[in-house]
Write a protein that binds this ligand. Structure first.
Ligand code: HEC
Ligand code: HEC
Length: 298
């Protein structure tokens, strides 16, 4: 009897652990943790950091987030991890630069944060030291981030909009808390904060100094001519309605993340994206030798 009870407890316990890891992996992919924290271009070990993130403010090197106790986050408690993602604060109280999109992850649910930590801690540790960021002197002073956060950052969980249905709310949660579409697709002001009136309206100064298209439903400058199934297909395979394929960071994000979404979640994401206000904002790269254009940019 005792043995059977023990076995039952063990079996259901490990089933719960498997569920947690699966949930963690799902959200990890969608959140793109690996894309920034792995130096893929130089065949760097997974999650051991070192990838250069080139922004208009300077170059950031994402750190090692493997469970290595010395070079990674192996000594972190669950509370340390939750605080980093939710509040953008390290276990020693240092403030993180918003190049780490905690501005989005703060909206994740407690269960998803817990699952993410469990998944990361189940990956192999790598003893690789972190590289310092390359920033102008006035950005090296981390306490200044307190002011930035006070101006532009609100900690909080995703609050469902009761006026919208469950699919819309699921899509909004996936887009805003995990997949951080706006981190790339929304233009920023001179202080590096997203410009709300241009939510998802594209930018010529995206990560890696790239052009990131307008994905609001504006017919002229956004994706207003795409049907719903065009968008769903793009988020699955990267193929646009014209038969082109996604390139650069979006291709990476689809290949390592969005294509693993369940069909229902991909539909939910499309429902949400197609519902955001249309903003007329032309950012497209002009074909052949033309120059970048952002008529509202700084
Ligand atoms: C857009 C790139 C990007 C993505 C996506 C990203 N990170 Fe990071 N992350 C960074 C950068 C850059 C830093 C360093 C911030 C700093 O030094 O202030 C960082 C820091 C961290 C830290 C702090 C590590 C330390 O040693 O203090 C943790 C933990 C972390 N990220 C976890 C995650 C997880 C988990 C995900 C996915 C849910 C994720 N990151 C997604 C860029 C990213
Ligand atoms: C890491 C940065 C990044 C993130 C995160 C990101 N995108 Fe993109 N996205 C891009 C870039 C860059 C392109 C342009 C790709 C190209 O040049 O082929 C793009 C292109 C697109 C396009 C094609 C638009 C067109 O007119 O061709 C759609 C649709 C899109 N993204 C939707 C999304 C959605 C929805 C999310 C969130 C679930 C998202 N993106 C998250 C960088 C990003």
């Amino acid at each position: 009897m005792a043995a059977a009870a023990f076995f039952f407890a063990w079996a259901s316990g490990s089933g719960a652990q498997d569920d947690l890891l699966r949930r963690g992996e799902y959200i990890y992919r969608l959140a793109g943790c690996e894309n920034c924290h792995t130096d893929r271009d130089n065949q760097g070990p997974r999650l051991a950091g070192g990838r250069a993130l080139v922004t208009s403010l300077g170059t950031f090197y994402a750190p090692n987030i493997t469970p290595d106790p010395n070079h990674g986050i192996g000594r972190w408690s669950e509370a340390d991890f939750a605080r980093a993602l939710r509040a953008g604060v390290s276990p020693t109280g240092a403030h993180y630069y918003p190049a780490f999109p905690y501005t989005a992850y703060t909206l994740l649910s407690d269960e998803d944060v817990r699952a993410l930590k469990a998944y990361l801690f189940a990956q192999p540790p790598v003893a690789q030291p972190n590289k310092p960021h390359v920033l102008p002197w006035y950005l090296r002073f981390r306490p200044a981030l307190i002011v930035w956060k006070w101006l532009f950052f609100r900690e909080g969980r995703y609050a469902p909009d009761p006026a919208k249905n469950a699919a819309w709310n699921r899509g909004a949660y996936l887009a805003r808390a995990a997949a951080h579409c706006s981190e790339c697709h929304t233009p920023r002001n001179v202080l590096g904060a997203p410009r709300r009136a241009y939510y998802l309206a594209g930018t010529t100064e995206g990560p890696d100094d790239g052009v990131v298209p307008n994905i609001t439903p504006d017919r002229k400058t956004g994706i207003g001519r795409w049907s719903r199934s065009d968008l769903v297909q793009y988020l699955d395979t990267g193929m646009t309605p014209d038969g082109d394929f996604a390139g650069g960071l979006m291709a990476e994000f689809i290949d390592h993340g969005l294509k693993y979404l369940t069909a229902a979640d991909r539909e939910a994401l499309a429902t949400y994206i197609l519902s955001v206000p249309a903003v007329e904002h032309a950012v497209r790269k002009q074909k052949k030798g033309g120059k970048k254009k952002d008529e509202f940019g700084f």
